[in-house]
Design a protein around this ligand. Structure first.
Ligand code: GLU
Length: 376
């Protein structure tokens, strides 16, 4: 059974494994942690476990909580150094709280602090997958956050929405529930009286992106609708259903899934695990810009040949993930390059017969093989 409506996220035959992401503004109020609310949520997570679902928590709130304790301005987001210091203070309290509240239901919390690279680099991604799988098999509830105190600007997720989608991929979850301070995606600015909540989205198109006004209404987290849509894109390509729902109520999971209040982004396809990982990569080492003929051939499932490459951007090594773009700048695919950037520049635009002489060794059949490429 696959997930077709919000209530399916509570059904273990459709969703054996669920990732629940909790936004900062839900966890931390003006007076610190919203403990009563969190107790209610944890009771709901315990109920999901009792139904036979595996549950993974992605918890924000470290920066907001730490900033409150340290008395930092702007919720600890005035500078990277502030955010990193705030996260170090907030995270220890946050994980203690999750452990305590889960323990009250007989559940064992397991903390994982991840950086972007932990999920972008294949070997580390597989390692994270193995740890998550082992923890779930052993009956623990992983509680995950970005390792904000060490992740620097360029290599940060920066928001827990995309982190949650990537974690769902790594853990082979079927569903993600992003609990936020909005009910879901509206067709226009939710402040507009005519704004309609979308129940279901089949594919995050340009039109859907245009509906997101961007910026979290609380100003506390760094999420906002834009990062939620990016998370939905990662999920839909990996065959994972993702929902956005409001956590502003007591028992928010029952409200979202029981009453069907939220937006469900349906999975679009089920790439194999490796291709899903590649398609969801956020940082790529470089790009291969292709001509119109090569773009058409890729669309029909061909490998990318050097003859169709018009230019090469960035510095990458053989085996690195690169973007494949058309001349207009649209990203067509992600793939693993069979050559390093300098070699790509040597053979780009040239027919296969010339490659051996240009490279000085026996060439490979393609620059990006179709098996190592995922069309976007
Ligand atoms: N990792 C951040 C924190 O714990 C939250 C990121 C976000 O707002 O999505 O505070």
């Amino acid at each position: 059974m696959t997930i077709a409506r919000l209530s399916d996220l509570a059904d273990k035959s459709a969703c054996r494994r669920l990732v629940v992401k909790v936004g900062s503004s839900l966890l931390v109020g003006r007076d610190g942690v919203r403990r009563g609310w969190l107790e209610g949520l944890v009771a709901e997570l315990a109920a999901a476990r009792a139904r036979g679902q595996d549950v993974i928590v992605v918890s924000s709130g470290a920066i907001a909580l730490g900033a409150a304790r340290l008395g930092l301005d702007k919720g600890g987001r005035a500078s990277l150094a502030d955010a990193q210091a705030a996260a170090a203070v907030g995270q220890i309290a946050l994980s203690g709280l999750w452990a305590e509240l889960l323990a009250a239901h007989g559940l064992t919390a397991a903390q994982l602090l991840l950086t972007l690279e932990d999920l972008e680099e294949r070997r580390r991604y597989l390692n994270a997958t193995a740890t998550l799988t082992r923890l779930l098999d052993a009956g623990a509830v992983p509680v995950i956050n970005e390792n904000d105190s060490v992740a620097t600007q360029e290599i940060r997720f920066g928001d827990n929405d995309r982190l949650a989608a990537r974690v769902a991929q790594a853990a082979q979850a079927q569903g993600v529930l992003l609990l936020s301070d909005v009910d879901g995606l509206y067709d226009r600015n939710p402040a507009d009286p005519g704004a309609q909540l979308l129940d279901e989205v089949r594919g995050v198109t340009a039109e859907i992106h245009a509906m997101a006004s961007g910026g979290s209404s609380s100003g506390m987290g760094s999420g906002g609708m834009t990062s939620k849509l990016q998370a939905a894109e990662i999920a839909e390509r990996a065959g994972i259903a993702l929902a956005i729902a409001s956590g502003l109520h007591d028992a928010p999971i029952a409200r979202a899934l029981g009453e069907g209040i939220g937006t469900l982004f349906l999975p679009l396809r089920k790439d194999g695990a490796r291709k899903a990982w590649l398609g969801g990569r956020l940082h790529l080492k470089g790009a291969l810009v292709v001509d119109a003929g090569a773009a058409r051939a890729l669309g029909k499932g061909s490998s990318l040949l050097a003859a169709g490459i018009a230019s090469v951007e960035g510095e990458f090594r053989r085996g690195d993930a690169v973007a494949v773009r058309d001349a207009e700048g649209q990203v067509l695919a992600h793939g693993l390059s069979e050559y390093d950037a300098a070699e790509c520049r040597t053979i780009m635009g040239r027919q296969s017969g010339d490659h051996a002489a240009l490279l000085g060794y026996a060439p490979r059949p393609a620059v990006v093989h179709r098996d190592q490429m995922v069309l976007l």
